[in-house]
Design a protein around this ligand. Sequence first.
Ligand code: GSH
Length: 233
Amino acid sequence: MQLFDLAGREDDLRFSPYCWRVKMALRHKGLECEEIPWRYADKDRIAPSGQGRVPVLIDDGRWIHDSWAISSYLDDAYPDRPALMGTPEARTAARFFNFWCDQTLHPAFRPILLLDIYNAVAEQDKAYFRKSREEQVGMALEQYCAPSEQHLKTLRTLIAPMESTLGEFAFLGGEAPNFSDYVVFGTFQWANVISPKTILAPSSAAQTWFERMLDLFGGYGRRAPTVPKLAAA
Ligand SMILES: N[C@@H](CCC(=O)N[C@@H](CS)C(=O)NCC(=O)O)C(=O)O
């Protein structure tokens, strides 16, 4: 099994929220997978998937793209392994978190993170990243990401229901993590890897959950190189 995983200027700086969903899902299922560093400039390497975005998984000659499709595939293809979404209810909840992250949280993160991402992408990706993202947001990245307390306030308001839920339950999946947790973890790990900014209020229920998520699978998420760690090294 092989996974194309977005990398920044260092090969082991892996920041894609969508790729993190899948990497956690693979560990949950106990599946070995080679994680191949991929840059935006490497579109030709994933051309057999028929599109230009990662994550892309190759399993036994099958090319599968999109974090939701890959994770659904893993449950279907490996039913004897621990389920990511073991019931229709768990699948529906995970799909909600998937849309919530993509449609609500990621737009709120963008003015907080885009410039940090630009600074961390590989040299060969910089011009493409700036041009494509400035077209999306309709202004210079520096202007769009101008420091503002408001961005963080907006984000913390949006995650208030998650904060309340995690005040009552250890995981979004209930007593144990499931794909809902990996989806939302991907979003916060994106920020954790790429940015020195403090996103979650220290000792909040969401931050406590995030620490628990970093500890899963022998501290797999916690060991990930981050921009602040690499700067301090
Ligand atoms: N819906 C897709 C989104 C994948 C996606 O947008 N991936 C980004 C990396 S975080 C990408 O490959 N972007 C390529 C580009 O912008 O050219 C999923 O859930 O996997």
